[in-house]
Design a protein. Structure first.
Length: 637
């Protein structure tokens, strides 16, 4: 049986301050069920004193009520959590069944706050144990006023000052006795990793974030998901719990708040860049469950700020029309996920999508068609893509796997595509989500726009690229494929980009059995099933050639050439050192064709060509070009 040790609080306060204990007052009051000689412990697997040092006594009580941090051992030596905690006359009590146990903390804590008018007629926050009435926090502000500030900042305090006709003393960065201010401050501290929401404080004995491990910052999630989805109930509860903790920085004795989520509404900011959730309190209760909310305060509306909206042209936005997705967003399921990309032996990709983003006219700035081809080609390679399962999800989720990629209609510029992510559960079920390419990391990247001018890269200007702009006109008619290919023009964009594609593979030994391409047998490619070298070459061809708007109709981005397929053509008399290829220019099935491959696609034109320079290649006979064009045919001829 585990031994239990009982100490006098005066003796252990300094000499054993490292122990996770709270010590009982040696006082017995049978009427109040205060029991002498009981012992309680802090559950250091959840939280440590590093955090508790920063709380007031009311906040510590609120923390226990929300997360059960105090426990004891029962007569069977089993660990049991106290049912609840409360504060009376600045003393902490723990409740268990019909027993109320008074405890004295053996470590320093922060004092409570009180809002007062100074002798200079300013509004101050002072350290005080005087009680505050929660109803005095409940003041109504119009949405115009709330949205004008959008946060707790100079603008917000200017609005408060105009209403109160007084200045606010903000020395030492307090928050004040106004519910909307407290909400603003809770959200801001969370976003900025500030004050008691600083992650380095919210740790257990192993320096792990347990209490806030599933914290979902508002800037990463849509208000509609946060408010309505069952899987976000824990996040609504998190907001409520920490709101109670923040309120109890003042001596308000708030034990719980009951929020009317059912009738809450989503409100768009006037700027269109963020969303709010508007709500009312159904009740505010004290430590004993008794209502504190006056009837005249029940219809006041408050706003939770900072939610992400996609109905904007700003960062992460998809245009004013908003999302058009049948599946839920993966980043509404996992906050701020990072799609890790490991090129392995195929490409020297460093970490993530940033590898593919360059300057506007840089040929190595990848467009959606090129990246789509690359990702589709290697999506089934183990380790090429990785989405980590967060620690707090590992008790329910087995793995996250990308099963497909698709185009999207957003901005009508084809600069955003999406991944379909399958979440495999430990119980054998799965659920699919959408991850938009601008959310592959937290930078909000958009891919390269379509080049509308048949000109070499060094001749292009940013204005020659059709991309996302506030004043974008519909895309003009695309470049004719015959003009673009022009077999007789050795200096055409087509020839230039063919060569650039070949150069990407030419001198990388890993592609050619750790040797030069000149020493690599063509037979290796002929005998291989779906050789990765061909998939890489096709990806570069799609990226470089389809950076240009080929054959699209005026006003229709999703028309014209959608994809270039590359296939080996086996010849009866295989030439030495050369690989015969067929390059098919494939059209969209229609202007709503967002799949990588679809029914009713058509081959518009085919280019037959030799890929030169393999082992045994006769440069004197065939020349020193990377490719030799044999013939060009229309359709499937």
């Amino acid at each position: 049986m585990k031994k239990k040790f009982y100490f006098n609080s005066i003796l252990i306060a300094s000499s054993l301050s490292f122990m996770p204990l709270i010590i009982c007052s040696c006082q017995t009051k049978k009427d109040n069920y205060i029991i002498e000689g009981s012992n309680a412990y802090i559950d250091i697997s959840k939280i440590s004193r590093i955090f508790l040092h920063r709380l007031s006594i009311g906040q510590i009580a609120a923390l226990h009520n929300m997360y059960k941090i105090f426990y004891y051992y029962d007569n069977s030596n089993k660990k049991q959590y106290y049912d609840s905690a409360y504060v009376n006359d600045q003393k902490l009590y723990l409740r268990n069944a019909n027993k109320n146990v008074e405890y004295k903390l053996n470590f320093p804590i922060k004092p409570s706050w009180k809002q007062e008018i100074s002798k200079f007629d300013n509004i101050n926050i002072v350290k005080s144990n005087k009680p505050s009435d929660i109803n005095n926090f409940l003041n109504e502000y119009s949405f115009d006023e709330v949205d004008s500030a959008g946060d707790v900042n100079d603008e917000w305090y200017s609005i408060l000052g105009d209403k109160r006709k007084k200045d606010f003393n903000r020395n030492n960065d307090p928050y004040f006795e106004y519910m909307q201010t407290v909400i603003f401050r809770l959200i801001q501290d969370t976003e900025l990793n500030y004050s008691i929401m600083k992650s380095k404080y919210l740790i257990n004995s192993k320096r792990e974030n347990v209490i806030t491990q599933n914290l979902f910052k508002n800037k990463y999630i849509q208000a509609s998901s946060w408010l309505n989805d069952e899987e976000h109930e824990q996040h609504r509860q998190w907001f409520k719990k920490f709101l109670v903790i923040y309120l109890n920085k003042f001596n308000v004795n708030v034990g719980d708040v009951d929020i009317d989520w059912k009738n809450a509404e989503i409100v768009r900011s006037f700027s269109g860049t963020t969303d709010y959730i508007k709500f009312k309190f159904k009740d505010i209760k004290d430590w004993n469950g008794k209502s504190l909310l006056r009837n005249d305060k029940k219809n006041i509306e408050y706003y939770i700020n900072g939610f992400r909206t996609y109905a904007t042209n700003q960062k992460f936005g998809v245009g004013n029309q908003g999302l058009k997705e049948e599946l839920p967003l993966f980043n509404d399921y996992v906050p701020n996920p990072l799609l890790e990309i490991d090129g392995m032996k195929f490409m020297n990709i460093i970490d993530n999508i940033n590898y593919f983003v360059k300057g506007a006219t840089d040929i190595n700035y990848w467009n959606a068609k090129g990246l789509m081809y690359l990702f589709q080609s290697f999506k089934n390679e183990p380790g090429f893509f990785k989405l980590a399962v967060p620690e707090y999800k590992k008790n329910e989720d087995k793995e996250y796997k990308i099963i497909d990629f698709e185009y999207t209609p957003y901005f009508k510029t084809n600069q955003i595509f999406k991944a379909i992510v399958r979440v495999f559960k430990l119980n054998g079920t799965y659920k699919d989500y959408v991850l938009i390419s601008s959310n592959f990391d937290d930078h909000g990247h958009r891919l390269k726009g379509l080049i509308t001018k048949n000109a070499l890269p060094n001749e292009l200007k940013a204005s020659d690229i059709y991309s996302i702009r506030a004043d974008s006109e519909p895309i003009k008619q695309g470049i004719k494929l015959d003009d673009f290919i022009d077999k007789n023009n050795k200096n055409s964009v087509f020839r230039y980009m063919l060569n650039e594609s070949a150069k990407k593979l030419e001198n990388i030994f890993e592609y050619w059995n750790n040797n030069n391409k000149q020493n690599y047998e063509v037979a290796n490619l002929l005998l291989a099933k779906d050789p990765f070298q061909l998939k890489l070459l096709a990806s570069y061809l799609n990226n470089y050639l389809l950076a240009y708007a080929l054959e699209n109709k005026e006003g229709e981005v999703f028309s014209g050439i959608k994809r270039i397929d590359l296939n080996i053509v086996k010849l009866p008399n295989q030439p030495i050192g050369r690989l015969y290829l067929k390059m098919d220019f494939v059209s969209y099935a229609n202007n709503q064709d967002f799949k990588f491959k679809s029914k009713n696609e058509k081959i518009v034109k085919s280019v037959y060509l030799y890929w030169n320079g393999f082992k045994g290649y006769d440069q004197q006979k065939y020349g020193n070009e990377y490719f030799t064009i044999d013939k060009i045919t229309d359709g499937d001829n």
